[in-house]
Design a protein around this ligand. Structure first.
Ligand SMILES: [Fe+2]
Length: 368
C-alpha cells in the first residue's frame, strides 16, 4: 500500500501548480484509502426529498460502498445500513413506499424503525432473539431539496459544510424548492473520479473542447468566475447576448428565461450541481470511484413546474453533449496517467485554481 508521506510537501507543490503524482490516479491502494477516508466521512447524496413525503417512502444509495436506505418512519427521516443482519443481502431496492423492510433472500422482516420483527424458522433456533438484530443506523440530513447520508457519526450538520452554496444558487434566479425531478440515470466512465472532477472544476478547456457550451456561456477568463470555498467550489458564468438573440454560430438550446446565470458547484467530495441559463433547470451528478481507473455515478435532471417538454429534452441533450465531450478528454488523460510519465503535471493556478483546492482536500483527507 502506498503510504501518504510528506503531506506538507505535496500541499506546497500543489500551491505552485504542480499536480498530484500520476500514481494517485491509478493505484488501487489510493482508491481504497479514498473510500475509507473520503467517501465514508463525507455527506453522500442519496436522492430527492420529494420522494420521501409519506410514511414508508424510501430511497436507497451508497456511502463509500456501504448500501444505505433512507426511510420516512414515525420519527421522521431515518437512515439505515441497507444490509440484512442475516446473510448481508441488501434489504431494500431502488425507491418506493413500503409498510415493512423485508429482505428478499430469506424474508427477514424489519419494521420502519429498523427493528427485526420476523425471521422465519428462528423460533427453533437456540439463543436467538429478534431484538439483537436491528438494522444498523446511519446519519442522514437534508440540504435544500436533497437527502444525504454520512457513515461518520461525528460529522457536522450538512448546512455547516454547504449551506452557503444554497444562497449562491438562489442568486441565479432559481427557486430550488419549486424544482421537480424529471429523470435519473446511471453512468460509467473510463477515468479516475478525480480526473473527472478536475475536468469539471475548470473551464480553461471550454473554448477548445466545448463549442456548444462556449456559444451559450461566456467562458472568457474575465467573465467566468471561479471561487473556492472551504468545502465546495463554485463557477459562475453568464449567458451570451448572441445566445439570447439566437445568433449563435453552432446549434444550442434556447437560453432565454428567468435564470440568467450559469452555475456549476462541486460539493466536496463528489456531488456536482449544474444550473444553466433559461427556463428554471438544474441537474446533479454523483461521481464515485469504480476501481482506480474507472468511475461510476448517476445524474438527475430537475425543472421548474410547467417546463416545455421539447425544451427540457433540448437542454438535456445539450448537457449530454458536453458530458460526452468531457468523457473523451478525461479518458485520454487517464491513459496518460496510466502510462505514469510524466509523473507530475502542471496546472495553471489562475485558470485551474479550483483543481488545486480539490487536490488539497484529497491530500488532507488521506493524510489524516
Ligand atoms: Fe468540460
Amino acid at each position: 500500500m502506498q503510504t501518504i508521506k510528506r503531506a506538507s510537501d505535496l500541499l506546497e507543490a500543489l500551491d505552485r501548480g504542480e499536480s498530484l503524482p500520476a500514481s494517485w490516479y491509478t493505484d488501487p491502494s489510493i482508491t481504497e484509502q479514498e473510500i475509507q477516508k473520503i467517501f465514508r466521512k463525507t455527506w453522500q447524496y442519496m436522492g430527492p426529498l420529494q420522494q420521501l413525503k409519506d410514511l414508508g417512502d424510501f430511497i436507497t444509495g451508497y456511502v463509500g460502498e456501504i448500501p444505505v436506505v433512507v426511510i420516512r418512519n414515525q420519527n421522521g427521516l431515518e437512515g439505515f445500513v441497507n444490509v440484512c443482519r442475516h446473510r448481508r443481502h441488501e434489504v431494500m431496492k431502488g425507491c418506493g413506499n413500503s409498510k415493512i423492510m423485508q429482505c428478499r433472500y430469506h424474508a427477514w422482516t424489519y419494521d420502519l424503525t429498523g427493528q427485526l420483527k420476523a425471521a422465519p424458522r428462528s423460533d427453533r433456533e437456540p439463543n436467538f432473539c429478534l431484538d439483537d438484530y436491528p438494522l444498523l443506523s446511519i446519519k442522514v440530513d437534508t440540504l435544500g431539496p436533497w437527502v444525504f447520508a454520512n457513515a461518520d457519526e461525528n460529522a457536522k450538520p450538512i448546512a455547516e459544510y454547504y449551506g452557503k452554496a444554497l444562497e449562491i444558487m438562489k442568486e441565479s434566479g432559481l427557486d430550488l424548492d419549486s424544482l421537480e425531478l424529471w429523470g435519473r440515470g446511471d453512468w460509467e466512465s473510463e477515468a479516475n473520479w478525480k480526473t473527472m472532477l478536475e475536468n469539471y472544476l475548470e473551464c480553461y478547456h471550454c473554448a477548445v473542447a466545448h463549442p456548444g457550451f462556449s456559444a451559450a456561456i461566456d467562458v472568457d477568463q474575465d467573465s467566468y468566475k471561479l471561487t473556492p470555498y472551504e468545502w465546495f467550489s463554485s463557477q459562475v458564468g453568464h449567458v451570451r447576448e448572441s445566445a439570447l438573440e439566437g445568433n449563435s454560430k453552432v446549434k444550442i438550446y434556447d437560453a432565454k428565461g428567468s435564470v440568467k446565470q450559469a452555475q456549476y458547484h462541486l460539493l466536496w467530495p463528489n456531488f456536482t450541481i449544474n444550473i444553466n441559463p433559461g427556463f428554471p433547470n438544474l441537474s446533479i451528478d454523483v461521481w464515485c470511484p469504480n476501481g482506480p481507473n474507472k468511475s461510476k455515478g448517476f445524474s438527475e435532471q430537475y425543472f421548474g413546474p410547467g417546463v416545455d417538454k421539447k425544451w427540457a429534452e433540448e437542454l438535456i441533450e445539450f448537457n449530454v453533449e458536453v458530458g460526452l465531450e468531457d468523457d473523451v478528454l478525461t479518458n485520454s488523460v487517464q491513459r496518460g496517467l496510466i502510462g505514469g510519465i510524466p509523473a507530475v503535471g502542471r496546472f495553471l493556478t489562475t485558470s485551474e485554481g479550483l483543481c488545486g483546492h480539490f487536490q488539497k482536500l484529497v491530500v488532507k483527507a488521506l493524510s489524516d
